[in-house]
Design a protein around this ligand. Sequence first.
Ligand SMILES: *[C@@H]1O[C@H](CO)[C@@H](O)[C@H](O)[C@H]1NC(C)=O
Ligand SMILES: *[C@@H]1O[C@H](CO)[C@@H](O)[C@H](O)[C@H]1NC(C)=O
Ligand SMILES: *[C@@H]1O[C@H](CO)[C@@H](O)[C@H](O)[C@H]1NC(C)=O
Ligand SMILES: *[C@@H]1O[C@H](CO)[C@@H](O)[C@H](O)[C@H]1NC(C)=O
Ligand SMILES: *[C@@H]1O[C@H](CO)[C@@H](O)[C@H](O)[C@H]1NC(C)=O
Ligand SMILES: *[C@@H]1O[C@H](CO)[C@@H](O)[C@H](O)[C@H]1NC(C)=O
Ligand SMILES: *[C@@H]1O[C@H](CO)[C@@H](O)[C@H](O)[C@H]1NC(C)=O
Ligand SMILES: *[C@@H]1O[C@H](CO)[C@@H](O)[C@H](O)[C@H]1NC(C)=O
Ligand SMILES: *[C@@H]1O[C@H](CO)[C@@H](O)[C@H](O)[C@H]1NC(C)=O
Ligand SMILES: *[C@@H]1O[C@H](CO)[C@@H](O)[C@H](O)[C@H]1NC(C)=O
Ligand SMILES: *[C@@H]1O[C@H](CO)[C@@H](O)[C@H](O)[C@H]1NC(C)=O
Length: 746
Amino acid sequence: MEESLVLVLIFTLVGITSALSFYGDSVSFLPLQKNSDGTFEVSFYHRQNGRSSCQEQSSLTCESGVCTSFDQSSVLQTDQDNTGQGRWCQSEQLTTATVSTNKYLSLRNSSCCWLSNIEGTTNWTSYAELDLGIRSDSNTLNHCPVTTTVSSLRVPQNCFSSMHLLAYDPDGDEVRCSFSPNATIPANFALNEVGCTLTSTGQVSTGVHVFELILEDFPTQNITLTYTDGTSAFLEAFEFSTPLCKVKLQFAVEILPPIPSCEAGHVQPMFLSITPSHGEILHATVNQTLEINIQAQAHHSIINDFQVSGPENMTKVFTYGISGKADVTLSWTPQQSDLSRVVPLCFTAETNDTQSEMRCVAVIVNQASVSQGKVSVECLANKMSVLIDKASIPGIDVNFLQLRDPSCSLMSNETYIMGSISFSTCGTKLEDKGDFIAFINEIHSFELPSTIITRRKRIKIDFSCLFPKTISISTYYSLHNSDYIFTESNFGSFGYTFDIFVNDSFTTVVDPSAYPVQVELMQMIYMGIQAQSDLPKVTLFVDSCKATPDDNPNNPLHYDLIKNGCNQDETLTIYQPNQTTFNFGVGAFKFTGNYNEVYITCTVILCQTGDPFSRCSQGCLKNPTRRRRRAVGMETDRHDITQGPLQIVQQAVPNAAVNDNRSVMKKGDLSATVKSPPENPSPVVQVTKSSGEGWNIKEMICTNISATVFASAFLMSVVVMAVIVRYFRRQRKAEDQKALIANSGM
Ligand SMILES: *[C@@H]1O[C@H](CO)[C@@H](O)[C@H](O)[C@H]1NC(C)=O
Ligand SMILES: *[C@@H]1O[C@H](CO)[C@@H](O)[C@H](O)[C@H]1NC(C)=O
Ligand SMILES: *[C@@H]1O[C@H](CO)[C@@H](O)[C@H](O)[C@H]1NC(C)=O
Ligand SMILES: *[C@@H]1O[C@H](CO)[C@@H](O)[C@H](O)[C@H]1NC(C)=O
Ligand SMILES: *[C@@H]1O[C@H](CO)[C@@H](O)[C@H](O)[C@H]1NC(C)=O
Ligand SMILES: *[C@@H]1O[C@H](CO)[C@@H](O)[C@H](O)[C@H]1NC(C)=O
Ligand SMILES: *[C@@H]1O[C@H](CO)[C@@H](O)[C@H](O)[C@H]1NC(C)=O
Ligand SMILES: *[C@@H]1O[C@H](CO)[C@@H](O)[C@H](O)[C@H]1NC(C)=O
Ligand SMILES: *[C@@H]1O[C@H](CO)[C@@H](O)[C@H](O)[C@H]1NC(C)=O
Ligand SMILES: *[C@@H]1O[C@H](CO)[C@@H](O)[C@H](O)[C@H]1NC(C)=O
Ligand SMILES: *[C@@H]1O[C@H](CO)[C@@H](O)[C@H](O)[C@H]1NC(C)=O
């Protein structure tokens, strides 16, 4: 009886409140102003999320009655679902308050009704707390961290691993994110408090989860805060106990049923390279229109809109492109009142069934346009060179410029500032831009820690090298010899050559112009793999080599030459002249049955030389542990490189061994069945043998088998297995999508 009563009550509550469901919100402050009478002017934009309707907004109000005036603009809808499905909308309201207090200001609103969610959380609280002291480092009031999210976040269950949130601090303070102490944390969700990234620690359950986060900023140098009443407070650098400001961020994430593939660009839209990166800082100028271009692609679904959390009066123009692409251009013209405002902006690409990752940027509104330094960047295989025309950045002191990693130095002469930066050092970060891989660094000005005033202009020059994921080999002149080129974050771009050599001195490559190449059965084939990397200390490791009758290295019909670093074939001889070269010789063979091609595929790894935990240091593993975890940064992913096809033409009468004048051929009655070489031999690279070394036949001779028995055995093998390798050509696999995005560390 009691149970049913409770049920009825709950249903009634849901019935009443569903119309007023809360979907999350964020608050961003304009720079606080101190009035001459000691009061403060506090203005903030409050963005609130909705679904089909966005007219209802809660308003944050000042606690303890410290607000003497409180002006609220009308609520403006900033974005809505243009496909008419009412999946999201967002509104923004500007509030300007005059505040009479001397130390802290808290703003709050709370109510009962989060949208219904798995955890059953109902009460929500919007909250911000500001310290009103003047900072000794900037001589101004503190700026709160800037954040927001789009209104509706939807991620398929099997695709949720992390979600990057915006946590930008205009003062350069350290921002820490945490779950609100009062909030229920949904199971298997965790928060990386430094990067402000929501992650999963296990499988997350489908349905709606709501999140209440608090962002706090902490100074990175010792500062003193001075209050209007003359008192002051000392804040120690990186002492994460007393925040300068606390702002709350609330949002809902709907975990959708799993989808077959989480690969970005498949069903899930993937942002392409023109799209700003997450966390990027954009500069806008008062009275000038800022345009932000966003492009996404999904090959197996239709992108029908972009969700945007942006400022009022931002326009959004959507266009469909070819091959599953879609673009949106956002335009916004900041007004005088927006000066010095830092506007959070987040966006996602939407399909009916899912959504891209969310990306967020911060837009800083300046009075005059930010001067753009003239920079030229040259991208090489493993490094980039940057050249800045000094005339384009007047008033900049070279001695106060640094790269992301300050320990890397820049050079300069009278006209230029120069830097040569390896992709794996100097703080260069790698970013997967969907269609491109980008290596990003920056040159920025810095101040000495003791400086109280500055007369130098501040500058930040971002530069990057973009490499298409589908690599055109001609792009890489210094790797132009490589048959295979890969790019990974810790190793930059590196290449492998895979060649056939004429003999075991491994000096002369079988000349591709001399095609077709004849290789005789059981004759040794000499092949060499060489790794090319600009990094000084790398070691090449050949984990496996196998032969297949076609170019599918996973063909179940295969023959292992090397497996898990262990030699599997008795004819195999390995020569390793140095750490980046692996040469080997193997007796020629053919697959039995109607196969006339052989491909050799080797799986190769590059390691940092001397790392005792790398795969390279382990050598042959008889019982490799499955799913060995790769030591991050110490070795590359495994890459397959293939040589072939060796097209084998079995002739009715073999002409193998004809040119061999060794006495064994003259024994018995074999000569009658062996035809003379063709009158006009096609261009042939004769794989010459010196002293018979490496021939299996030699070994057989030494085993004392009678000449006749040997001779007929030899003839049979010639008839059955003689190989004439023709149409030898190199096969280049220019792309390896998996490899290219591997180890991106994102
Ligand atoms: C919260 O906002 C609503 C809507 O503006 C308002 O009616 C309510 O009074 C506010 N509550 C508090 C505690 O300020
Ligand atoms: C939600 O808020 C109401 C009213 O403020 C309070 O009575 C109730 O205990 C709160 N519920 C939870 C779960 O905190
Ligand atoms: C958490 O709850 C306590 C007591 O209910 C309240 O005083 C405090 O303000 C809440 N904190 C936040 C961040 O909402
Ligand atoms: C910051 O303050 C702490 C505590 O007073 C002191 O130990 C530290 O040396 C100071 N750091 C700097 C950079 O002044
Ligand atoms: C922006 O335009 C307004 C109106 O045209 C003008 O009053 C204001 O001075 C302009 N501001 C800047 C920074 O150009
Ligand atoms: C947006 O546009 C409306 C109408 O043109 C205008 O009244 C309002 O001030 C604008 N808001 C902002 C933030 O520019
Ligand atoms: C998306 O859903 C809408 C409304 O249900 C429908 O009209 C539209 O055709 C759907 N689009 C696709 C690509 O499925
Ligand atoms: C400065 O260096 C650049 C790049 O190396 C070079 O092109 C230029 O001629 C140099 N200028 C002077 C004045 O040495
Ligand atoms: C290997 O071939 C090269 C070029 O044909 C030749 O100069 C060299 O002497 C040969 N070396 C051996 C060991 O046969
Ligand atoms: C390794 O040996 C090969 C062939 O002998 C040579 O071409 C290459 O330059 C050598 N590499 C290093 C790093 O010594
Ligand atoms: C036969 O081979 C031997 C050694 O391999 C060589 O000295 C001799 O010149 C060869 N004869 C002919 C006709 O090629």
